[in-house]
Structures are given as C-alpha cells and as structure tokens.
Design a protein around this ligand. Structure first.
Ligand SMILES: Cc1cc2nc3c(=O)[nH]c(=O)nc-3n(C[C@H](O)[C@H](O)[C@H](O)COP(=O)(O)O)c2cc1C
Length: 353
C-alpha cells in the first residue's frame, strides 16, 4: 500500500510533539484505520504464556497510556499492544513542554511523568474491549507522591489484572522520583512478592503473566540481582528496556540536553546489549521483550537473535509512521527465511549458540 506518511511529515514535524501525539490518538479513534485484511504468516506466530501472538511486533507502553485506542492500534498490524503506564490515582504529569523530538538523531526525549487517567477510568475502557480479540498488556506504576510504592502496585494489580492479557510492573521510568531505586534487590523482592500476591487474589484462576520492565542504565551487579529476584519470585518475563538517562556523545539535535528519558535510535545498541545480558543471566528460562531503538525488520531480528521472544516499538513510529509495523514484519519474515528458520521461535537467542 502507498505510504502517505513521508508526505505528511513536513507538516507534522512543525507541530508541537505533544499536540502531534494527541492528533494521532484522535485520528486512531476516528476510525481512519480499519483492520488490514492481511493475516500474518504462520512463521511469525508464537504461543507464550498460553496466549497466541500472531506476530512478535508490539506497541510499547506510553503511546496509549489510557487505553483509548487499543483496537485501532491492533488494526495497524501490531501483534500486541501495551497500554499505560497507569497509576492508581489519575495524575497530570509534569508541566509542558515535556516531550521533545531529536529529529537529527531519530530519537525522542520525554519527561511526561506518568500523566494518566488513573486505574478506575482505564479499567472501564478495558472492560469494553474485553470480549474482543487481541492481546492487550497493561503497564502499571506508582503515583508521584505515594510513599509505600508497593501498595500502589498492589492496587494496580487488583484493579487492572482482570482486564489484562499480561501485567507489567514498571520500575524504570526516569521521570518519577525514586522509582528506579525499586530495582534494587531487597526493594524489588518485596515489591514483586506483594504485587504477585495481589494479582493471585484478584484473579485466582488463569491469572495473567506478570512481567517487569527495567531501565537500560543498570550496572552489572544490578542486572544479576534483578535476574535472581525475578527467577526466585516466579516472574513470567522481562521487558528490556525503558528509556535511558544517558546522553551518548553522538547526539546532534539541539534538544539533546533536555531532562528526561531518551529513546529511539541512540538507545538501540545499549538496550540490545542489556537484553543479551538478561538472556544469559536468566538462561532463556523466561520470555524477554526487546525494546529500544527498533526502526526496521533488521533491528527487530537483532533483538530476537539477542534473546527477545517479542519486540516493541515506539519512537520510530514518530519518524516513520504507522506503515512501519507492516514493514518490520515483512523484513523480519524475509530475514528469518533467508537464514533457514521455519518458525520464529527457532531464532530466539540464536546469537548465543
Ligand atoms: C513519549 C514516551 C512516553 C513513554 N511512556 C512510557 C510509560 O508510560 N511507561 C513505560 O513503561 N514506558 C514508557 N515509554 C518508554 C517506551 O515504552 C520504550 O520502552 C522506549 O521508548 C524505548 O523504545 P523506542 O526506542 O522504540 O521508543 C515512553 C516512551 C516515550 C517516547
């Protein structure tokens, strides 16, 4: 299909980034994107956690924070969509401007600060989706001023797990003070123990898998601790990674020194190396979702070979538009076939063998 996004881009890039994002949400909710007639090739399909993923390319958290348009997003060809981050109480997030395009670097910096409608409102929207097909993960976090962080994750689990295909504990946003400290061994162990117990109470049978999303800025000892705690607590998967607080020397855009988390191209290498590290540390025992800087089928393939069972994208959509999803799948299919794989699952972690 002819991709009109390159023609729209000169206009879109003149809009304030947050206004452009709101416009995208509005376009998606207006029904401009009907379901594509195409079905995904069997080679890209996978069963994980008892769920059928028609393809491994998902939308990362932060695009549809409030579950306003998950069905329209699935219609773009994503194999799954992750909504959130959702906190128990609604909150406004940081003052604007808080979202910056680094166009020369194909990157984004954001310091949104978990702006969202809160768990009750989001739960209502997800309830309306529940009878429809499609995998929707729910990413939960804590409110900015909550002292007992684990209590917020418990609340999130109780309210949202019944509506989630999978649940993600997000402890890696750089824009909520103290959040990333929850990645330390003892804090993480307590947090995951309590969240898991709340999840089991809320959904005693067939409870959704519980995943943890980590930062790309972890030292080697932190990575080992997280892998140990995750395996010891029976956590079902890891998402590697969130945005980085690092500012690589290669950045050229004027906005490169804005405070917040950096995503897109400059995050690709570091997040893929960390993904490979977590694959080694968890010995392939749990599925990993690779995210950070994916902008092509080759990037997605590199994450899969490094150990990802699934991948997610966000920033590249800003620069390449919604046609990117089909393009990534097409290229990935070609690369898997080229290398003799007859099923996606065979390629997971191939670089380690
Ligand atoms: C504007 C923006 C908002 C984001 N909000 C969230 C969020 O609420 N929760 C979360 O877990 N990750 C959030 N992320 C991080 C993405 O989910 C993803 O981990 C990161 O952007 C790296 O992927 P990318 O390089 O493909 O963008 C956000 C990213 C961006 C650009």
């Amino acid at each position: 299909m002819f991709d009109i996004y390159p023609l729209l881009w000169p206009f879109l890039r003149r809009l304030d980034p947050e206004e452009a994002h709101l416009l995208a949400l509005r376009a998606l909710s207006s029904g401009l994107f009907p379901k594509l007639a195409k079905t995904d090739p069997q080679l890209l399909a996978q069963e994980l956690w008892g769920l059928h993923f028609p393809n491994p390319v998902g939308l990362a958290a932060g695009f549809d924070k409030n579950a306003e348009v998950p069905d329209a997003l699935l219609n773009l060809g994503f194999g799954f969509v992750e909504i959130g981050t959702v906190t128990p109480q609604p909150q406004a997030g940081n003052p604007r401007p808080r979202l910056f395009r680094l166009a020369e670097d194909e990157a984004v910096i954001n310091r949104m600060g978990f702006n969202n409608d809160g768990a009750i409102a989001v739960r209502g929207r997800l309830a309306r989706h529940k009878s429809k097909p499609g995998i929707i993960g729910v990413n939960i976090g804590k409110n900015k001023t909550t002292e007992d962080a684990a209590a917020d994750y418990e609340k999130g689990a109780v309210l949202l797990a019944p509506m989630a295909s999978y649940l993600v504990v997000n402890i890696s946003s750089p824009n909520t003070p103290g959040l990333r400290a929850l990645q330390g061994r003892d804090a993480l162990s307590a947090l995951l123990g309590r969240t898991k117990a709340a999840l089991k109470t809320a959904v005693p049978e067939n409870s959704p898998p519980l995943l943890v999303k980590v930062a790309p800025d972890l030292e080697s000892q932190d990575r080992k601790d997280i892998a140990d705690v995750v395996l010891a607590n029976g956590i079902d998967g890891l998402i590697v990674s969130n945005t980085t607080i690092a500012r690589p020397a290669s950045l050229r855009s004027a906005q490169r020194n804005e405070t917040g988390g950096l995503s897109g191209k400059p995050l690709f290498v570091a997040s893929t190396e960390m993904l490979a590290d977590f694959y080694r540390l968890t010995k392939g025992a749990i599925p990993l979702i690779g995210v950070g800087g994916i902008a092509s089928g080759a990037d997605a393939y590199a994450k899969i070979r490094a150990g990802a069972s699934l991948v997610q994208v966000y920033s590249a959509l800003v620069y390449k538009g919604p046609g990117l999803v089909e393009r990534i799948k097409r290229e990935l299919y070609y690369l898997l076939r080229r290398d003799g794989f007859t099923q996606l699952g065979q390629a997971i972690g191939a670089d380690h063998r």
